[in-house]
Write a protein that binds this ligand. Structure first.
Ligand code: PMP
Length: 409
Protein backbone atom coordinates (compact mmCIF):
# COMPACT_ATOMS: atom_id res chain seq x y z
CA UNK A 1 0.00 0.00 0.00
CA UNK A 2 1.49 3.33 -1.06
CA UNK A 3 1.74 5.66 1.92
CA UNK A 4 -0.07 8.99 2.10
CA UNK A 5 1.37 12.33 1.08
CA UNK A 6 0.48 13.84 4.43
CA UNK A 7 2.06 17.21 3.65
CA UNK A 8 -0.16 17.59 0.55
CA UNK A 9 -3.19 16.52 2.54
CA UNK A 10 -2.45 19.05 5.30
CA UNK A 11 -2.44 21.88 2.75
CA UNK A 12 -6.15 21.33 2.29
CA UNK A 13 -6.77 22.12 5.97
CA UNK A 14 -5.93 25.77 6.72
CA UNK A 15 -7.09 25.27 10.32
CA UNK A 16 -4.07 23.03 10.95
CA UNK A 17 -1.85 26.09 10.43
CA UNK A 18 -3.47 28.02 13.23
CA UNK A 19 -1.16 29.10 15.99
CA UNK A 20 -1.81 29.89 19.62
CA UNK A 21 0.94 31.82 21.44
CA UNK A 22 3.22 31.22 18.48
CA UNK A 23 2.77 27.43 18.49
CA UNK A 24 1.04 25.55 15.71
CA UNK A 25 -1.97 23.54 16.77
CA UNK A 26 -1.53 19.76 17.06
CA UNK A 27 -5.02 18.43 16.55
CA UNK A 28 -5.46 15.00 18.18
CA UNK A 29 -9.18 15.15 18.98
CA UNK A 30 -10.43 13.51 15.80
CA UNK A 31 -12.67 10.96 17.48
CA UNK A 32 -14.72 13.92 18.72
CA UNK A 33 -14.78 15.64 15.35
CA UNK A 34 -12.43 15.77 12.38
CA UNK A 35 -11.30 18.85 10.50
CA UNK A 36 -12.86 19.76 7.17
CA UNK A 37 -10.77 20.03 3.99
CA UNK A 38 -11.19 22.89 1.50
CA UNK A 39 -13.05 20.79 -1.13
CA UNK A 40 -15.80 20.10 1.43
CA UNK A 41 -16.05 23.74 2.51
CA UNK A 42 -16.03 24.78 -1.18
CA UNK A 43 -18.80 22.34 -2.12
CA UNK A 44 -21.03 23.76 0.62
CA UNK A 45 -20.16 27.31 -0.28
CA UNK A 46 -20.95 26.57 -3.98
CA UNK A 47 -24.30 25.22 -2.92
CA UNK A 48 -25.20 28.44 -1.08
CA UNK A 49 -23.79 30.64 -3.83
CA UNK A 50 -25.15 28.74 -6.83
CA UNK A 51 -28.17 26.55 -6.15
CA UNK A 52 -29.61 27.12 -2.67
CA UNK A 53 -33.34 26.32 -2.64
CA UNK A 54 -35.73 24.09 -0.79
CA UNK A 55 -35.93 20.52 -2.04
CA UNK A 56 -38.86 18.19 -2.64
CA UNK A 57 -38.84 18.98 -6.33
CA UNK A 58 -40.07 22.55 -6.53
CA UNK A 59 -41.03 23.64 -10.03
CA UNK A 60 -38.21 26.14 -10.49
CA UNK A 61 -34.66 25.51 -11.73
CA UNK A 62 -32.91 26.12 -8.40
CA UNK A 63 -35.14 23.74 -6.52
CA UNK A 64 -34.66 21.13 -9.22
CA UNK A 65 -30.89 21.36 -8.86
CA UNK A 66 -30.98 21.31 -5.07
CA UNK A 67 -33.41 18.36 -5.09
CA UNK A 68 -31.24 16.32 -7.42
CA UNK A 69 -28.12 17.02 -5.33
CA UNK A 70 -29.93 16.13 -2.12
CA UNK A 71 -31.51 12.95 -3.46
CA UNK A 72 -28.32 11.77 -5.16
CA UNK A 73 -26.41 12.29 -1.90
CA UNK A 74 -28.33 9.26 -0.59
CA UNK A 75 -27.11 7.19 -3.57
CA UNK A 76 -23.52 8.26 -2.90
CA UNK A 77 -23.70 7.30 0.79
CA UNK A 78 -25.36 3.98 -0.13
CA UNK A 79 -22.55 3.23 -2.55
CA UNK A 80 -19.87 4.23 -0.01
CA UNK A 81 -21.03 1.76 2.65
CA UNK A 82 -22.27 -1.04 0.40
CA UNK A 83 -26.05 -0.50 0.79
CA UNK A 84 -28.38 -1.43 -2.06
CA UNK A 85 -29.68 2.06 -2.78
CA UNK A 86 -31.13 5.35 -1.55
CA UNK A 87 -34.16 3.58 -0.05
CA UNK A 88 -31.85 2.25 2.67
CA UNK A 89 -30.20 5.57 3.60
CA UNK A 90 -31.95 8.04 5.90
CA UNK A 91 -30.22 11.30 6.67
CA UNK A 92 -30.26 12.22 10.34
CA UNK A 93 -28.57 14.90 12.40
CA UNK A 94 -25.91 12.45 13.62
CA UNK A 95 -25.36 8.92 14.94
CA UNK A 96 -27.28 9.75 18.11
CA UNK A 97 -30.40 10.67 16.17
CA UNK A 98 -30.10 7.52 14.04
CA UNK A 99 -30.01 5.46 17.22
CA UNK A 100 -33.09 7.29 18.58
CA UNK A 101 -34.91 6.89 15.29
CA UNK A 102 -34.72 3.10 15.45
CA UNK A 103 -35.34 3.01 19.20
CA UNK A 104 -38.54 5.04 18.85
CA UNK A 105 -39.82 3.92 15.45
CA UNK A 106 -39.04 0.24 15.97
CA UNK A 107 -38.30 -0.33 19.69
CA UNK A 108 -41.22 1.48 21.22
CA UNK A 109 -43.66 -0.34 18.93
CA UNK A 110 -42.14 -3.81 18.90
CA UNK A 111 -40.69 -4.41 22.37
CA UNK A 112 -42.43 -5.63 25.51
CA UNK A 113 -41.69 -7.13 28.94
CA UNK A 114 -40.79 -10.53 27.46
CA UNK A 115 -38.06 -9.08 25.27
CA UNK A 116 -34.39 -8.45 25.88
CA UNK A 117 -32.15 -5.75 24.48
CA UNK A 118 -28.47 -6.72 24.48
CA UNK A 119 -25.83 -3.99 24.47
CA UNK A 120 -22.10 -4.04 25.21
CA UNK A 121 -20.32 -2.53 28.20
CA UNK A 122 -18.42 -0.33 25.75
CA UNK A 123 -21.48 1.33 24.21
CA UNK A 124 -21.43 5.08 23.75
CA UNK A 125 -24.22 6.87 25.63
CA UNK A 126 -25.83 7.45 22.20
CA UNK A 127 -26.88 3.83 22.20
CA UNK A 128 -26.68 2.95 25.91
CA UNK A 129 -28.93 5.71 27.24
CA UNK A 130 -31.35 5.44 24.32
CA UNK A 131 -31.97 1.69 24.63
CA UNK A 132 -31.95 1.91 28.43
CA UNK A 133 -34.86 4.36 28.25
CA UNK A 134 -36.71 2.27 25.65
CA UNK A 135 -36.23 -0.67 28.03
CA UNK A 136 -37.82 1.32 30.85
CA UNK A 137 -40.73 2.40 28.65
CA UNK A 138 -41.47 -1.04 27.20
CA UNK A 139 -40.49 -3.27 30.11
CA UNK A 140 -37.79 -4.99 28.02
CA UNK A 141 -34.68 -6.06 29.94
CA UNK A 142 -31.35 -4.50 29.03
CA UNK A 143 -28.20 -6.63 29.33
CA UNK A 144 -24.55 -5.91 28.62
CA UNK A 145 -21.91 -8.05 26.96
CA UNK A 146 -18.81 -7.95 29.20
CA UNK A 147 -15.58 -6.27 28.26
CA UNK A 148 -12.47 -8.32 29.09
CA UNK A 149 -9.36 -7.09 30.94
CA UNK A 150 -7.64 -6.38 27.63
CA UNK A 151 -10.54 -4.30 26.33
CA UNK A 152 -12.23 -6.80 24.02
CA UNK A 153 -15.77 -8.12 24.02
CA UNK A 154 -16.15 -11.42 25.82
CA UNK A 155 -17.66 -13.40 22.94
CA UNK A 156 -18.52 -16.39 25.16
CA UNK A 157 -20.59 -14.02 27.26
CA UNK A 158 -22.17 -12.66 24.05
CA UNK A 159 -23.23 -16.21 23.11
CA UNK A 160 -24.67 -16.68 26.59
CA UNK A 161 -26.59 -13.40 26.67
CA UNK A 162 -28.05 -13.47 23.17
CA UNK A 163 -30.95 -15.92 23.32
CA UNK A 164 -34.33 -16.43 21.69
CA UNK A 165 -35.64 -13.72 24.05
CA UNK A 166 -33.29 -11.17 22.54
CA UNK A 167 -35.08 -8.80 20.20
CA UNK A 168 -32.33 -6.25 19.58
CA UNK A 169 -28.56 -6.29 19.78
CA UNK A 170 -26.92 -2.87 19.62
CA UNK A 171 -23.13 -2.87 19.49
CA UNK A 172 -20.44 -0.36 18.73
CA UNK A 173 -18.23 -1.23 15.74
CA UNK A 174 -15.18 0.66 17.03
CA UNK A 175 -15.04 1.81 20.66
CA UNK A 176 -14.44 5.54 21.02
CA UNK A 177 -12.81 4.95 24.42
CA UNK A 178 -10.81 1.73 24.01
CA UNK A 179 -10.17 1.83 20.26
CA UNK A 180 -11.33 -1.79 20.07
CA UNK A 181 -12.54 -2.99 16.67
CA UNK A 182 -15.34 -5.41 17.51
CA UNK A 183 -16.11 -8.58 15.50
CA UNK A 184 -19.41 -7.10 14.36
CA UNK A 185 -20.30 -9.61 11.66
CA UNK A 186 -19.90 -12.40 14.22
CA UNK A 187 -22.15 -10.52 16.64
CA UNK A 188 -24.74 -9.94 13.91
CA UNK A 189 -24.65 -13.65 13.02
CA UNK A 190 -25.28 -14.62 16.64
CA UNK A 191 -28.20 -12.15 16.82
CA UNK A 192 -29.68 -13.53 13.60
CA UNK A 193 -29.40 -17.13 14.81
CA UNK A 194 -31.87 -16.06 17.51
CA UNK A 195 -34.07 -13.96 15.18
CA UNK A 196 -32.93 -10.76 16.86
CA UNK A 197 -32.17 -7.58 14.94
CA UNK A 198 -28.72 -5.98 15.05
CA UNK A 199 -27.87 -2.29 15.15
CA UNK A 200 -24.22 -1.37 14.68
CA UNK A 201 -22.90 2.04 15.75
CA UNK A 202 -20.31 2.88 13.11
CA UNK A 203 -19.49 6.42 14.28
CA UNK A 204 -15.81 5.51 14.78
CA UNK A 205 -15.60 2.97 11.95
CA UNK A 206 -16.92 4.57 8.77
CA UNK A 207 -14.47 7.51 9.00
CA UNK A 208 -11.44 5.28 9.34
CA UNK A 209 -11.77 2.02 7.43
CA UNK A 210 -13.66 0.46 4.51
CA UNK A 211 -17.12 -0.54 5.75
CA UNK A 212 -19.51 -2.82 3.89
CA UNK A 213 -22.90 -3.06 5.58
CA UNK A 214 -23.93 -5.83 3.24
CA UNK A 215 -20.98 -8.00 4.33
CA UNK A 216 -21.62 -7.20 8.01
CA UNK A 217 -25.30 -8.02 7.40
CA UNK A 218 -26.39 -5.50 10.08
CA UNK A 219 -30.07 -4.61 10.06
CA UNK A 220 -29.22 -1.02 10.99
CA UNK A 221 -25.94 0.85 10.84
CA UNK A 222 -25.24 4.50 11.73
CA UNK A 223 -22.51 7.11 11.42
CA UNK A 224 -21.88 10.88 11.54
CA UNK A 225 -20.53 13.20 8.82
CA UNK A 226 -18.49 15.37 11.17
CA UNK A 227 -16.13 12.54 12.14
CA UNK A 228 -15.17 11.83 8.51
CA UNK A 229 -13.98 15.18 7.14
CA UNK A 230 -17.58 16.23 6.53
CA UNK A 231 -19.82 18.87 8.10
CA UNK A 232 -21.68 18.78 11.41
CA UNK A 233 -25.45 18.46 11.30
CA UNK A 234 -25.63 15.35 9.13
CA UNK A 235 -25.38 11.66 9.81
CA UNK A 236 -26.88 8.60 8.20
CA UNK A 237 -28.93 5.64 9.25
CA UNK A 238 -28.68 2.58 7.03
CA UNK A 239 -31.55 0.14 7.42
CA UNK A 240 -32.56 -2.94 5.47
CA UNK A 241 -35.32 -1.90 3.13
CA UNK A 242 -37.92 -4.46 4.26
CA UNK A 243 -37.50 -3.32 7.88
CA UNK A 244 -37.74 0.36 7.04
CA UNK A 245 -40.85 -0.35 4.95
CA UNK A 246 -42.53 -1.93 7.97
CA UNK A 247 -41.51 0.73 10.48
CA UNK A 248 -43.70 3.64 11.49
CA UNK A 249 -42.19 7.10 10.95
CA UNK A 250 -40.44 8.62 13.96
CA UNK A 251 -41.07 12.30 13.16
CA UNK A 252 -44.05 13.66 11.26
CA UNK A 253 -44.66 16.67 9.05
CA UNK A 254 -44.27 17.94 5.54
CA UNK A 255 -42.08 16.24 2.96
CA UNK A 256 -42.73 12.73 4.30
CA UNK A 257 -46.38 12.21 3.34
CA UNK A 258 -48.20 10.86 0.32
CA UNK A 259 -51.78 11.91 1.08
CA UNK A 260 -53.22 13.86 4.00
CA UNK A 261 -56.87 14.36 4.92
CA UNK A 262 -58.40 15.79 8.08
CA UNK A 263 -58.82 12.20 9.26
CA UNK A 264 -55.61 10.43 8.33
CA UNK A 265 -52.30 10.46 6.43
CA UNK A 266 -50.20 8.04 4.40
CA UNK A 267 -46.43 8.08 3.98
CA UNK A 268 -44.11 8.83 1.12
CA UNK A 269 -41.73 6.16 -0.17
CA UNK A 270 -38.33 5.45 1.38
CA UNK A 271 -36.20 7.16 2.47
CA UNK A 272 -38.38 10.33 2.50
CA UNK A 273 -40.85 8.74 4.91
CA UNK A 274 -38.22 9.25 7.64
CA UNK A 275 -37.05 12.72 6.58
CA UNK A 276 -39.79 15.25 7.47
CA UNK A 277 -39.37 18.98 7.08
CA UNK A 278 -36.61 20.86 5.30
CA UNK A 279 -33.57 18.61 5.47
CA UNK A 280 -29.81 19.33 5.75
CA UNK A 281 -29.26 20.16 2.08
CA UNK A 282 -25.90 21.96 2.28
CA UNK A 283 -24.69 19.33 4.74
CA UNK A 284 -25.67 16.51 2.37
CA UNK A 285 -23.67 18.26 -0.36
CA UNK A 286 -20.74 18.54 2.06
CA UNK A 287 -21.00 14.89 3.05
CA UNK A 288 -20.80 13.84 -0.60
CA UNK A 289 -17.71 16.02 -1.04
CA UNK A 290 -16.15 14.38 2.04
CA UNK A 291 -16.85 10.91 0.66
CA UNK A 292 -15.36 11.89 -2.72
CA UNK A 293 -12.33 13.28 -0.93
CA UNK A 294 -11.83 10.17 1.24
CA UNK A 295 -12.31 7.81 -1.69
CA UNK A 296 -9.72 9.66 -3.69
CA UNK A 297 -7.24 8.88 -0.91
CA UNK A 298 -8.67 5.37 -0.55
CA UNK A 299 -10.18 4.06 2.68
CA UNK A 300 -7.61 1.28 2.90
CA UNK A 301 -4.85 3.89 2.91
CA UNK A 302 -6.72 6.00 5.48
CA UNK A 303 -6.84 2.92 7.70
CA UNK A 304 -3.18 2.02 7.10
CA UNK A 305 -2.04 5.55 7.96
CA UNK A 306 -4.03 5.63 11.17
CA UNK A 307 -2.77 2.22 12.19
CA UNK A 308 0.80 3.36 11.65
CA UNK A 309 0.37 6.52 13.73
CA UNK A 310 -1.52 4.63 16.41
CA UNK A 311 1.15 1.95 16.67
CA UNK A 312 3.79 4.66 17.02
CA UNK A 313 1.76 6.49 19.68
CA UNK A 314 1.13 3.24 21.54
CA UNK A 315 4.85 2.41 21.53
CA UNK A 316 5.86 5.88 22.70
CA UNK A 317 3.27 5.89 25.47
CA UNK A 318 4.15 2.36 26.57
CA UNK A 319 7.77 3.45 26.94
CA UNK A 320 6.69 6.25 29.30
CA UNK A 321 6.68 5.48 33.01
CA UNK A 322 3.36 5.52 34.87
CA UNK A 323 1.16 5.61 31.79
CA UNK A 324 -1.76 3.21 31.68
CA UNK A 325 -3.20 2.58 28.23
CA UNK A 326 -6.70 1.19 27.75
CA UNK A 327 -7.82 -1.24 25.07
CA UNK A 328 -6.13 -3.86 22.88
CA UNK A 329 -2.57 -3.72 21.58
CA UNK A 330 -2.03 -2.25 18.11
CA UNK A 331 -3.12 -4.56 15.32
CA UNK A 332 -6.26 -5.45 13.48
CA UNK A 333 -8.37 -5.17 16.63
CA UNK A 334 -7.34 -1.61 17.50
CA UNK A 335 -8.34 1.52 15.60
CA UNK A 336 -6.84 5.00 15.47
CA UNK A 337 -7.12 6.28 19.00
CA UNK A 338 -5.34 5.78 22.30
CA UNK A 339 -7.06 6.26 25.65
CA UNK A 340 -4.76 6.52 28.66
CA UNK A 341 -4.08 7.93 32.09
CA UNK A 342 -0.88 9.17 33.67
CA UNK A 343 -0.50 8.06 37.28
CA UNK A 344 -0.95 10.99 39.66
CA UNK A 345 -2.22 13.39 36.99
CA UNK A 346 -5.95 13.90 36.48
CA UNK A 347 -6.94 13.54 32.83
CA UNK A 348 -8.36 17.09 32.84
CA UNK A 349 -5.09 18.52 34.17
CA UNK A 350 -3.25 16.56 31.52
CA UNK A 351 -5.46 17.96 28.76
CA UNK A 352 -4.95 21.43 30.17
CA UNK A 353 -1.13 21.09 30.14
CA UNK A 354 -1.43 19.69 26.61
CA UNK A 355 -3.39 22.77 25.65
CA UNK A 356 -0.56 24.96 26.98
CA UNK A 357 1.54 23.16 24.35
CA UNK A 358 -1.29 23.65 21.79
CA UNK A 359 -1.81 19.88 21.70
CA UNK A 360 -5.57 19.25 21.46
CA UNK A 361 -6.71 16.05 23.12
CA UNK A 362 -9.91 15.09 24.94
CA UNK A 363 -10.26 14.29 28.62
CA UNK A 364 -13.34 13.01 30.36
CA UNK A 365 -15.62 10.02 30.21
CA UNK A 366 -16.05 10.17 26.42
CA UNK A 367 -19.77 9.41 26.81
CA UNK A 368 -18.95 5.98 28.25
CA UNK A 369 -19.47 6.51 31.98
CA UNK A 370 -20.35 2.90 32.85
CA UNK A 371 -17.22 1.69 31.02
CA UNK A 372 -15.11 4.17 33.00
CA UNK A 373 -16.72 2.90 36.21
CA UNK A 374 -15.66 -0.56 35.17
CA UNK A 375 -12.11 0.62 34.41
CA UNK A 376 -12.12 2.15 37.89
CA UNK A 377 -11.40 5.70 36.73
CA UNK A 378 -13.59 8.78 36.48
CA UNK A 379 -11.92 10.03 33.34
CA UNK A 380 -9.30 9.22 30.74
CA UNK A 381 -7.24 11.17 28.27
CA UNK A 382 -7.69 10.32 24.60
CA UNK A 383 -5.52 11.10 21.59
CA UNK A 384 -7.21 10.25 18.31
CA UNK A 385 -5.71 10.44 14.85
CA UNK A 386 -6.75 11.14 11.28
CA UNK A 387 -5.21 11.24 7.81
CA UNK A 388 -3.38 14.51 8.44
CA UNK A 389 -1.60 13.53 11.66
CA UNK A 390 2.14 12.84 11.81
CA UNK A 391 4.61 11.08 14.10
CA UNK A 392 6.07 14.51 14.93
CA UNK A 393 2.74 15.41 16.43
CA UNK A 394 2.79 12.26 18.54
CA UNK A 395 6.23 13.32 19.80
CA UNK A 396 4.74 16.64 20.91
CA UNK A 397 2.04 14.75 22.78
CA UNK A 398 4.64 12.70 24.63
CA UNK A 399 6.76 15.77 25.44
CA UNK A 400 3.70 17.41 26.96
CA UNK A 401 3.12 14.33 29.12
CA UNK A 402 6.66 14.66 30.49
CA UNK A 403 5.93 18.26 31.32
CA UNK A 404 2.65 17.38 33.07
CA UNK A 405 4.36 14.70 35.13
CA UNK A 406 6.95 17.18 36.35
CA UNK A 407 4.23 19.61 37.35
CA UNK A 408 1.83 17.21 39.01
CA UNK A 409 3.29 13.83 39.84
N1 PMP B 1 -21.04 6.44 18.94
C1 PMP B 1 -19.71 6.55 19.03
C2 PMP B 1 -18.89 5.30 19.10
C3 PMP B 1 -19.11 7.80 19.07
O1 PMP B 1 -17.79 7.89 19.17
C4 PMP B 1 -19.91 8.95 18.98
C5 PMP B 1 -19.30 10.34 19.03
N2 PMP B 1 -18.44 10.55 20.12
C6 PMP B 1 -21.29 8.78 18.86
C7 PMP B 1 -21.82 7.53 18.84
C8 PMP B 1 -22.22 9.94 18.77
O2 PMP B 1 -21.99 10.66 17.60
P1 PMP B 1 -22.75 12.03 17.39
O3 PMP B 1 -22.33 12.91 18.52
O4 PMP B 1 -22.23 12.52 16.08
O5 PMP B 1 -24.18 11.72 17.40
Amino acid sequence: LESLDVEAIREEFPILEREFDGEQVVYLDNAATTQTPDPVVDAMSDYYREYNANVHRGIHHLSQEASIAYEEAHDRVADFIGADGREEIIFTKNTTEAENLVAYAWGLNELGPDDEIVLTEMEHHASLVTWQQIGKQTGADVEYIRVTEDGRLDMDHARELITDDTAMLSAVHVSNTLGTVNPVSKLVDIAHEHDALAFIDGAQAVPNRPVDVDAIDADFYAFSGHKMAGPTGIGALYGKQELLEEMQPYLYGGGMIRKVTFEDSTWDELPWKFEPGTPQIAEAVGLVAAIDWLEEIGMDRVQAHEEEITRYAYEQLTAEPDVEIYGPEPGSERAGLVGFNVDGVHAHDLASIMNDHTVAIRAGDHCTQPLHDKLGVAASARASFYVYNTKDEVDKLVAAIDDARQLFA
